[in-house]
Ligand binder design. Sequence first.
Ligand code: HXC
Length: 257
Amino acid sequence: SNFQFINAYTEGQLGIIVLNRPKVLNAINRQMVSEILSAMEEFEVDDRIRAIHLSGNGRAFAAGADIDEMANDHAIDFELRNQFKDWDRLAMLKKPIIGAVQGFALGGGFELALCCDLLYASDDAEFGFPEVSLGVMPGAGGTQRLTKLVGKTKAMEWLFTGKRISAKEAHQFGIVNQLFAKEILQEETIKIATYIAGQAPLSIRLIKESVNKAVDTPIEEGMHFERKNFYLLFSSEDQKEGMKAFQEKRKPIFKGK
Ligand code: HXC
């Protein structure tokens, strides 16, 4: 691919992105965020692609936003360049994103991991928000996403101390779905992504939307939203195919239509 800080390619029905700035532990500069979004949005409009896999390499998923790039920034620089517009676009993507964290996921790297729909990690992965030691705080959703995920008690502790969260702890608190040995993380999570890519794409799409809706919506409104999406699936060809295949005791062939 013609990216500088990531590798992006397709493999069957998967769009695969590997952060690739290993000399600085995949520190995330603005160019990298923009490349991640370009790649993801290409996958998003590619009918062949049904799931996106995101990982780092070497010793890190990503050790945070690039400190060198922002050390001299002022508030107005962020405002004028609308610093987080790419992060907002990331949250708008409809295809499922499967993240695989090996090594460090710190600061902005942890925030990027928290943007994934399913998150896996190697058993030596380390998460954390060290911003407090730099005189800043998370700015790409960290205080919001972590708190919604684990509750105020642990979020406040981890954000106040900047203390590292072990893979085991991250798993216990529901931050990651499952842990794998480092050597098999990539291979196993590609398998999971491939499996998800084999499910009815419209179901995955509307489930993602509905589950995300639940996070910050009163239950009545969320129930209504879910119901409309449920109805909508019955106007898809895949619903007819999926149920017919069940009745005919064969495997369905989904078209994403
Ligand atoms: C720029 C970074 C970096 C970062 C590591 N490097 N993290 N450069 N920004 N976030 C660079 C180091 O400077 C070093 O470069 C090289 O990567 C290897 O790192 P070392 O520190 O030598 O490795 P090690 O001693 O093993 O320590 C690993 C580490 C440490 C614990 C992860 O690198 C570290 O504390 N990094 C910063 C983590 C952090 O504070 N992240 C939050 C950033 S703020 P050289 O050239 O010396 O070899 C943030 C705000 C988000 O993310 C806001 C919204 C996006």
